[in-house]
Design a protein around this ligand. Structure first.
Ligand code: THU
Length: 161
């Protein structure tokens, strides 16, 4: 028997002012686009903005439903839109933010398990890591170099050959 270890590191910034201009602009857009979320049930509005390898930007927000499981997270709305509007174009970076009237919105959130799986699929599909910038409306910012770091031992298409 031997024990394997899986570790990942990420950068923590005290606030948006520590980011370079391009990352700060992307995060501002993610904070702003939370307004377009449809979240009448949770009141937790999530906004995501992707910048693609070709410089295009695409946004996504969570879209809830009276039949709760039908609702879809901002990240998966975003990935579906990117894949449809810009087929096979790699995503360079995604900024993710949220806004809720019920809390301070002052710390980063990270993608749910289902979205982590979807992010890994997109990375595999176009063969490029997706960088993540995670933050609330204010406060700390996490930067993660590769979305797949959030899903160690991921199940991927390798198993389905
Ligand atoms: N949500 C997202 O859009 N992305 C995440 O990473 C976490 C959760 C949404 C789903 C639901 O509409 C609301 O946030 C509360 O869970």
């Amino acid at each position: 028997m031997k024990e394997e270890r899986s570790e990942f590191s990420y950068r923590v910034y005290d606030d948006i002012s520590e980011l370079n201009d391009q990352d700060a602009r992307l995060l501002k857009e993610a904070r702003e686009v939370t307004k377009e979320a449809y979240a009448p049930y949770s009141n937790f509005r999530v906004g995501a903005v992707a910048v693609l390898e070709n410089g295009e930007k695409v946004t996504g927000t969570n879209q809830e439903n009276a039949s709760f499981p039908v609702g879809i997270c901002a990240e998966r709305v975003l990935l579906g839109t990117v894949a449809t509007l810009h087929p096979q174009v790699p995503i360079d970076t995604i900024a993710l933010s949220y806004k809720s009237d019920r809390q301070e919105n002052d710390h980063p959130i990270s993608p749910c398990g289902m979205c982590r799986q979807a992010l890994v699929e997109y990375e595999t599909r176009v063969n490029k890591p997706i960088r993540l910038i995670l933050s609330g409306q204010k406060g700390k910012v996490f930067v993660i170099e590769t979305a797949s770091m959030l899903l160690p031992l991921a199940f991927t298409n390798k198993e389905l050959k």
